[in-house]
Ligand binder design. Structure first.
Ligand SMILES: [Zn+2]
Length: 264
């Protein structure tokens, strides 16, 4: 960490668990967070599917409205700010690559143009049809009847055509996700990596809570660490395995970050 002059933070769902966000691991984990969905017998993959916006908008928006309200209410744990402080001192800068849609890196003070949200963001909406490629910042409050697990109308609407709006999140079986916001983020990230390569920068990758179920984040950490000949530090209490030459810590994100950032 001391020797590095650039920091890449990669993060999956495990990063948010220490902030108090629910762990969706497995059916049981998901159903503990959403008991009403358990009664419907729907898995996370089945619930996080765009067809509900057409078939049952109030159910679709109960799920995403509840998460929107939760992510707005919950504060990111101190590990976010600690890594931001460390990264802010690196002469070749920092970047975040996350599959989390909760917007918590921005909430913790990270600059928006230094973040890739590879699965999109719940704080941005798009049209369900979609009538245009426009993505806009979510300002609406979505009220949810938690008992019945129904969103209470009026539901968010497309600013352009008035059809139902949806979060700009990449869902399962999703052919209508508008990708241009994520593509711009990827473009800035690729340019930064290219710049690091040109300068032969010394990179450290800190990966927090990224599982093997959807391996995008883990694969990105390994790919960038290898191409940059940097060090990968994988923080994961259950799946800390790393390729040879890298470092795995079987710890939770907040605890591991506190330990790493306090050691001198
Ligand atoms: Zn529209």
């Amino acid at each position: 960490m001391r020797q590095a002059d650039a920091l890449l933070i990669t993060a999956g769902a495990g990063m948010g668990v220490d902030s108090g966000l629910p762990d969706f691991r497995g059916r049981e984990g998901f159903w503990r967070a959403y008991p009403t969905v358990a009664k419907l017998g729907l898995s996370f993959e089945e619930m996080a599917n765009p067809h509900w916006f057409a078939e049952n908008p109030e159910l679709a928006w109960a799920f995403y409205g509840h998460r929107l309200n939760l992510y707005r209410r919950v504060e990111p744990h101190p590990g976010f700010r600690r890594l931001l402080e460390v990264g802010g001192r690196k002469c070749n800068g920092m970047f975040v690559f996350t599959s989390n849609v909760d917007g918590h890196f921005q909430k913790a003070g990270y600059p928006d143009d230094r973040i890739v949200e590879c699965h999109g963001s719940i704080h941005h909406f798009q049209c369900t049809r979609p009538c245009t490629n426009e993505i806009w910042q979510a300002t609406e409050t979505v009220r949810v009847d938690e008992e019945a697990f129904r969103a209470i109308p009026p539901l968010p609407r497309c600013k352009c055509c008035g059809a139902l709006a949806r979060p700009n999140i990449l869902m399962f079986g999703d052919w209508n996700w508008v990708a241009n916001r994520a593509e711009s983020q990827h473009g800035r990230f690729d340019a930064w990596v290219e710049e690091l390569r040109a300068k032969s920068a010394k990179l450290v990758v800190i990966e927090c809570g990224a599982g093997t179920a959807i391996p995008t984040v883990r694969a990105t950490s390994e790919r960038i660490a290898n191409t940059m000949r940097g060090l990968l530090v994988r923080i994961n209490p259950r799946e800390p395995g790393v390729p040879p030459g890298h470092l795995g810590l079987a710890l939770g994100a907040a605890e591991a970050i506190a330990a790493i950032c306090s050691s001198r």
